[in-house]
Design a protein around this ligand. Structure first.
Ligand code: NCD
Length: 304
């Protein structure tokens, strides 16, 4: 039985598929007039966000509320964290208040793992530094499966700032488990050291990867994590690694374009692509709620 969701690598194929199937059931709730299940009544979910977030934080909040949990939102700004309180003391405070689950986003890779050692409840990693973002990988897999009907055998290109992307790492792990083939496409400066050991291919040439791709996942260029110049200029980057209309037309007819958001429109993706029918960007957000409902339901219900 799994108590925490810290890494996409914690999920074997059967468990990951169970999450996706459960999410599909949760999604059918969204069409009902009353979008609520009583499943987590009386349980408390704390959203502990030390880093900025729009989609992930709101999505976890909506998910917990649709399962009737009590939700406490904590953001580091405006809390005692700015007075220097440590993660451990914050965790013990939440524990004392009876948190059954803590959803944590933190700029330090490994923070959710530390937290899991300090508290009795369930810990869900909502993004730790440049390390992992397992629920994003699950919602991406869910989106691919619902658009393309399967995951096994899909060719997925993940393009851009792989170096700083927790989304890329979690996707590589999960997609490999579920039988898809991943190619990481980036300039050499934006691929992490040791990427050879990841279960993925690498390429420096976007144009040569596109004709065989079923899915192209564009990553945000994470300037806030860049302490040096990784490419000559934004224009040069877009020219080689950005997805515009002309490049999109080289994709097979059925291929989809994904982006976890937030986007740098005009940098890694043009508005023409982001707003095209191939784009699943808004669907990914909607699917995120169903997937996070499934994760909370399965972990807190002791079903995985
Ligand atoms: C991502 C994140 O925060 O890791 N966004 C998200 O959760 N939807 C990707 C990013 O910030 O570029």
């Amino acid at each position: 039985m799994i108590r925490h969701l810290l890494s996409a690598g914690d999920l074997d194929a059967a468990t990951a598929t169970l999450v996706l199937d459960t999410a599909q059931e949760m999604a059918s709730l969204a069409d009902r007039e009353v979008k609520k299940l009583p499943t987590l009544r009386g349980r408390t979910v704390v959203n502990l966000f030390y880093e900025d977030s729009t989609r992930t934080r709101i999505s976890f909040e909506a998910a917990a509320k649709r399962l009737s949990a009590d939700v406490i939102n904590f953001s580091a700004k405006g809390s005692s964290v700015s007075k220097g309180e440590s993660l451990k003391d914050t965790a013990l405070t939440l524990q004392a208040m009876g948190a059954d689950a803590v959803v944590i986003r933190h700029s330090a890779s490994g923070a959710p793992h530390r937290l899991a050692n300090w508290i009795d409840g369930t810990v869900v990693n909502a993004g730790d530094g440049t390390h992992e973002h397992p629920t994003q990988a699950l919602l991406d897999a869910y989106t691919m499966r619902s658009r393309l009907g399967r995951l096994s055998g899909l060719n997925v290109a993940i393009v851009g700032d792989v170096l700083h992307s927790r989304v890329a790492r979690s996707n590589v792990l999960l997609l490999h488990t579920l039988g898809a083939k991943v190619t990481l496409v980036a300039p050499p400066t934006l691929l992490p050291v040791g990427v050879d050991a990841w279960p993925a291919e690498t390429s420096y040439h976007l144009d040569s990867v596109l004709p065989d791709a079923d899915v192209v996942m564009m990553l945000r260029v994470q300037r806030e994590r860049m302490d040096q110049a990784y490419f000559p200029s934004a224009r040069e980057y877009s020219r080689r690694y950005g997805l515009d209309g002309a490049r999109m037309r080289r994709l097979p007819e059925h291929a989809i374009v994904m982006h976890p958001g937030p986007m740098n429109r005009g940098m890694e993706i043009t508005p023409e692509v982001a707003d095209s029918p191939r784009s699943t960007i808004v669907e990914q957000v909607a699917n995120g709620v169903s997937v996070r409902m499934a994760v909370l339901y399965l972990l807190l219900g002791g079903k995985v």
